[in-house]
Design a protein around this ligand. Sequence first.
Ligand SMILES: [Zn+2]
Length: 202
Amino acid sequence: MKNRRNTSSLNPARPSFERRKFFALAALPLALTAGSVAAKFGLSPNSSRGNRMETEPASDGALTFTKLERSKAEWRELLSPDAYDVLFRAGTERPWSSAFNDEKRDGKFICAACYLPLFDASTKFDSGTGWPSFFQPIEGRVVTSRDFKLLVPRTEYHCARCGGHQGHVFNDGPRPTGKRYCNNGVALAFVPEGEALPALRT
Ligand SMILES: [Zn+2]
């Protein structure tokens, strides 16, 4: 990420190779419980804040994570005003405002706040609503709750790790799930296939 205060700008601009290399190296010690690689880089696997063992394996298949607790004041410092408004004030971005509406590449959509991968690009579909839409999140990565903001109850969903609001889920999506996860683009960042996922934010 060129600018950590504005994670929504992660794409379509491609981070430089050196940046990616840095992330790959930074993530590596945390991704391994064995100490050998960590020792090679002179880092302890437990060097992350709070001694937490947060891992982000390349396959993303066996991710374990602990909840990330941060104050709203801290998030306001870290995020762009637009991203903060959506993620931690449950705002809604203007339709058609996200470049992710047209994002067609393979890859992962990650939480713009804590970088937890939430959706695989293979589950994205063109809903015609003006918001990036998915028919299925990665298992266990989003949590739902009821939202009465528009008087009619809706189902809000948020990142399972940091609690950041992502969007609303409706029952008019395509097969195979019939669900439409209507997501605010500014609450996501995109990592194309073949590029290293950033280490989870701590
Ligand atoms: Zn998150």
